[in-house]
Structures are given as C-alpha cells and as structure tokens.
Design a protein around this ligand. Sequence first.
Ligand code: FE2
Ligand code: FE2
Length: 279
Amino acid sequence: MQTPAPPTPEVAPVEPPHRIVVRKMGLGFDDLPRWWLRDDPFGTHLVNGLHFVFPAGERFFIRSVRNYYTRLSRERKAEVAAFAAQEAEHQREHLACFEAIEAQGLDVQGFIQWYEKLMYEHVEPKVDPKVRLATTVALEHYTAVLGEFALTSDLLDGVHPVMRDLLKWHAAEEIEHKAVAFDVLQEIDPSYPLRVQGFAVASLGLFFFWGAGTLHMLRQEPWSHRLPTRQVLGYLLSRPFRTATRRWFDFLRPGFHPNDHDNLHLATDYLRSIGRLTH
Ligand SMILES: [Fe+2]
Ligand SMILES: [Fe+2]
C-alpha cells in the first residue's frame, strides 16, 4: 500500500524586490492658474519656491553620484542609471511648469539664474566630491521625507490637478529611489562624520534657496493678501508634519538607513492608483 504524500507546507509568496521604474508623464501646464494652491498666493509661492530649486539640484545629484560610477558594484550601477533617468524626467516636467508660471507674467528665470550661478558655478567646484555626494544623500533624504508628507497630508487636496499630479508623482518616485545615493555613499565612504557634514550643507542650502525663491515670488504679488497663519500653524501641528520632522532628524542616527522608514507602500499605492506602478 502506498503511503500518501505528506501535505505540501504552505509557503508565503516571496515579494520580488521593488524596481525603480522610469515613467514619462508628459503633463501639460497650459491652463495652470497663477495661484494653483487653492487660490492661495502664499501657499502657492511657498511650494513654488521649493520646486524652483529642484531641476538644477537634480542635475547636481546626478553629477555627484555618477562621479563614482566606475567604482560601483554592478547592482548599484543599474540602480544609479534608473535613479538618474527618474531625476531627468522630474526636471523636464518642472521646467515645463516654470514656463507656464512665466507665461503669466511672473519672473522665475531671474531667481533660477542667480541660484544656479551661485550654487553650481561658484560653490560646487570648491566642494570636495565626497561632500557633494554626502550632500546629495542628505537632500535625497529630504525629498523622500517631503514625499511622504505630500502623500500623507492634505496639502495637495483641492490644488490644481496638474500640480497635484506633478507633485504626487515626484513624491512617489523620490520614495521609490530614496536609498540609491545613500547606498552609493556606503560603498564609497561610509564615514558618519561625512554623512553629518552632508546633512549640514544640504540643510543650509535647501532652506536658504527655498526661502529666497519664495520671497522672489511673493515680492511680485500686489501684497493685499493676509498670511494664512492659522492654516500654516495647522500644518506645523499636524501628525504628518510631526512625523516628517522626526524622520528628518533620524538621518543623524548612527546606523540609519533610508529603508528604516517603511513608506514604500505609499509610493506604490499612489502609482497603482494612477495606473503607473510598472511603467
Ligand atoms: Fe526628483
Ligand atoms: Fe531624488
């Protein structure tokens, strides 16, 4: 008599590792209103000031990481290529958006030219390549944290649809590739003081130019608007903002890795919801 085969133990399906996918969005900004954030000039220009620094910043990230390309492992090289391709798409869409803002009679290029010349012609060449890479790592951490905030707070509810699409897509991809530059730095020089130095440079540069870009835009408005103080306070006290603040400073913990923050599902949920998870 044949002995019955033992039941096959149930094996949990193994999730394949998440791939960084390059998506061409082709967003159109032709009907972008001047105050695209709920008709609020302050909020609009606060976010404008932030994304004005992105395109040149993204080119800087690509340069800083590619500088070490030949020294990287094969697996890392593939990630860097996908990371650079995603950043290139981000800057393409943001630049198209800037043209639409300028078409409304607002000056954007005056700020961009000043910022790019100062930061990337005068400052960047004087900075050690490893510090440039560490700065990129810290800025990538900032964009991932801001990305999580964009996908979890109600900041982008009710904004013009094309800006919502631009900022949420960008947010999702920043979360998707958040560990690439960090892992490159780990392969090149995992020194903790270097990482902290990058964080200091990144924080100084980001908040300075973000503030300058915002002021550049607000100065162009006939300032009869009231500051939405209550709304700003609401955001500062909100749970997503408090989480973002904790996440920011977690970067300074020795042993930190971007994947310690379990937020990839936010990116995949959003990308799935717009039918762009895989392409
Ligand atoms: Fe980006
Ligand atoms: Fe990025």
